[in-house]
Design a protein around this ligand. Structure first.
Ligand code: ADP
Length: 329
């Protein structure tokens, strides 16, 4: 008789010890129908609840760790971007003052080169003049190129003076496509323009948006091989933005190290004389002024897709960085 009473009681003494040692498995024994059995059942139920609570706590601890890690990473990225933005602001100021200084003498050089060219051409081209004519036209074209660089620098450092207008992005995309058409034919590219009908109108600087698309399309052409695909798309907005623009190519693509730096002013992988490294810095500036974001999806040998998201109306005070994270955050 003593054995029958002691067995459940012994179980009850053993159970708290197991729980204290961290074992939260219910005893699973058959319960007697008396008060001791009820006590054992309640104890087991409590153990199950405890196990559940412990699992939840563990899960929370893990989620919290992941969240802290994610926040830390976001802070690190924000910090790096703030540094880059400050650096860009300094470069911008420097660029503006240098560009102003250079602009006038440059215009003078071009004008005189043109004048001399015209005068020499009018005199009839003697053999000796051929070399002079060639030299002058080189001065003219090279100073025109410098003029372009200065124009880019000024665009980069100075907010646009153009009026904002409610614009049809499809129309702007069509105009940009028309401007690049010739180049795509020369390179024999498969150029596809895919426009989503009935996009909401976007309040923007139309010239700047066109200039941005053109810069992306020119880069895409330069990265493409003969016969490659080039795509210009308009899409409905995502993530709270009104509209999306996409420029994609099937060209050489970029490694992550390069893709990380392409929006920095003066970053270029092109040989001297071909690239200045300001195209994408200006693009990022334009996107920033419009309160949008720009993302790039690329890998070496697999082309590049630039995605620009624009809000219906730019904010009064645009954010200092337009680059979205890899997940579009
Ligand atoms: P630039 O064209 O004068 O070099 P950008 O600022 O326009 O200056 O571009 C910076 C760099 O980004 C380029 O030198 C190139 O390495 C890279 N890049 C830009 N667009 C593409 C693209 N579509 N495919 C591959 N690389 C690209």
């Amino acid at each position: 008789m003593n054995i029958f009473v002691n067995r459940p009681v012994n179980g009850l003494i053993e159970a708290p010890r197991r729980v204290a040692a961290g074992d939260l498995e219910p005893a699973g024994s058959r319960y007697s129908h008396d008060e001791i059995g009820q006590l054992a059942r309640s104890f087991d139920a409590m153990t199950v609840d405890l196990a559940k609570a412990r699992a939840e706590l563990n899960e929370w601890a893990e989620t919290l760790e992941q969240r802290v890690e994610r926040k830390r990473e976001q802070l690190r990225q924000a910090d790096a971007r703030a540094m880059a933005a400050a650096q860009m602001a300094t470069v911008g100021k420097l660029a503006a003052s240098v560009a102003h200084e250079i602009n006038n003498p440059l215009a003078g050089i071009r004008t005189y080169a043109r004048l001399l060219l015209r005068r020499l051409s009018a005199q009839g081209s003697l053999p000796a003049d051929e070399a002079a004519l060639e030299g002058l036209s080189l001065i003219e074209s090279e100073s025109a190129r410098c003029g372009e660089i200065v124009k880019h620098l000024l665009q980069y450092s100075r907010p646009g003076t153009e009026q904002m207008a409610d614009s049809d992005l499809n129309q702007l995309a069509r105009e940009a496509a028309r401007l690049i058409q010739h180049q795509t034919q020369v390179q024999n590219l498969r150029f596809q323009v895919e426009l989503t009908p009935e996009l909401p109108r976007v309040r923007c600087h139309p010239q700047e948006i066109k200039q941005m698309l053109l810069a992306l399309l020119i880069n895409a052409c330069e990265a493409s091989r003969e016969g490659g695909g080039l795509f210009l798309r308009t899409r409905p907005g995502a993530d709270g933005y009104a509209c999306r623009l996409e420029v994609a190519d099937e060209g050489c693509g970029m490694s992550p190290d390069i893709a990380d730096r392409i929006f920095e002013p003066f970053f270029t992988t092109k040989e001297a004389g071909k690239g200045v490294g300001l195209g994408l810095a200006v693009v990022a500036q334009i996107v920033r002024r419009h309160g949008g974001r720009i993302l790039v999806d690329t890998s070496p040998g697999h082309g590049a897709t630039f995605t620009i998201d624009l809000p219906a109306t730019p904010p009064e005070d645009p954010p200092s960085d337009a680059r979205g994270g890899p997940d579009g955050a």
